[in-house]
Ligand binder design. Structure first.
Ligand SMILES: Cc1cc2nc3c(=O)[nH]c(=O)nc-3n(C[C@H](O)[C@H](O)[C@H](O)COP(=O)(O)OP(=O)(O)OC[C@H]3O[C@@H](n4cnc5c(N)ncnc54)[C@H](O)[C@@H]3O)c2cc1C
Length: 329
């Protein structure tokens, strides 16, 4: 029987994570082995099923109870996926991928415990072997790469650049499960006091690298992000130096961002950093070295010291915003 790689994904992830990436990642693993792709979508609609087919699934199991369109707890998702994986068509799976990120990680951990499956975590690549899978995953904040092998059922997450394979045909089956959902933990919300816009889903990102040299420079980048209505981010060295929180690291071992515009300041443009930026994002680069690699990716490049460029940019933008405010009042 043809091996099937599974994508297990809630459709409403509650943040900017693109669930279709999970399906596309399953396709990327399946293709070199001639395997097929099955996707279990929780909380999706017929349009979502079509999007999953476009992302490369051959068969969809759609669990579309209206109550599931609301954000539900990772343990509840895990309970639903565990029941789905007990179905005759899905049991005996070899590899299932979950979405990259906190929600996907939490579901994978809970599901691995339920199924006694190997939990591979976030991987850079996953390949099928004769008896199981072998995967590469970043470790120590991306400074090392581990090779892990496992036999028996495995759970992992992986990111791919493209989510659309084109109009594929496949079958969609509606799933009806009578899962006894565990109660969701009560959530109390309070204001963290942090004013910076979230990186997830930001349309504009202002990101600083080692060239910024310290927290004072990052304070100016935060001002620029605020004036532009965007979010602040940084490269690995600036996170290591403590100038920007780790949750705002962009790159191979950090976040994958998909803004319209990414302003890279004092960032050289290494492959590990660029791996965190969508191919569809427009890059504006500010760097003092005209040969910096970042200019190869940038649509607009400014050669200069950020100490001169950023204050001037801030002044102009603040002036412009003030004019627009007056014109509007
Ligand atoms: C497995 C692995 C995973 C990794 N994951 C990540 C990751 O997720 N994210 C990530 O960012 N890195 C990651 N890295 C690290 C990556 O290889 C680079 O070390 C890092 O991206 C470099 O960051 P940078 O561009 O800030 O620093 P640098 O490469 O040191 O570049 C600094 C730039 O600032 C410019 N500059 C200096 N002073 C000024 C000034 N006054 N004005 C303007 N420009 C100035 C310089 O010309 C230079 O181009 C990873 C590495 C490995 C091995």
């Amino acid at each position: 029987m043809r091996t099937m790689i599974l994508a297990l994904t809630p459709v409403n992830l509650g943040d900017a994570t693109d669930w279709r990436n999970c399906v596309a990642a399953a396709r990327a693993v399946a293709e070199p082995h001639g395997a097929s792709v099955g996707a279990v979508l929780v909380g999706g609609t017929a349009e979502d099923a079509q999007a999953a087919l476009m992302a490369g699934a051959d068969k969809i199991w759609l669990l579309s109870d209206a109550a599931l369109a609301e954000q539900i707890d990772p343990a509840q998702f895990a309970a639903l996926f565990a029941d789905a994986l007990a179905l005759p068509d899905l049991s005996g799976f070899r590899l299932a991928l979950l979405p990259v990120g906190g929600v996907g990680d939490a579901i994978a951990a809970s599901l691995a415990a339920k199924l006694n499956a190997a939990l591979l975590g976030f991987c850079i690549s996953v390949r099928l072997t004769e008896t199981g899978v072998t995967a590469e995953r970043p470790a120590y904040g991306g400074r090392a790469c581990l090779q892990v092998t496992a036999n028996g059922p495995c759970l992992a997450s992986m990111r791919v650049a493209e989510t659309e394979k084109g109009a594929e045909t496949g079958t969609v089956e509606t799933l009806i499960l009578n899962t006894d959902l565990p109660p969701a933990p009560p959530i109390s919300r309070r204001d963290s006091g942090v004013q910076n816009a979230s990186l997830d889903g930001a349309k504009i990102v202002v990101s600083g690298g080692r060239g910024i040299g310290g927290p004072e420079g990052f304070a100016q980048l935060a001002d620029l992000a605020a004036v532009l209505g965007g979010a602040l981010a940084g490269s690995l060295p600036s996170v290591d130096a403590g100038w920007v929180p780790v949750a705002r690291q962009v790159g191979q071992s950090g976040k994958f961002v998909t803004p319209h515009v990414y302003v890279a300041v004092g960032i050289s443009g290494t492959p590990q950093h660029m791996a965190g930026i969508s191919l569809h994002t427009r890059i504006v680069a500010i760097n003092k070295e005209q040969d910096a690699d970042i200019f190869r990716f940038a649509e607009i490049g400014l050669v200069g010291e950020w100490q001169q460029v950023i204050p001037a940019l801030l002044e102009k933008l603040t002036e412009k915003n003030e004019c627009m405010r007056k014109a509007g009042s």
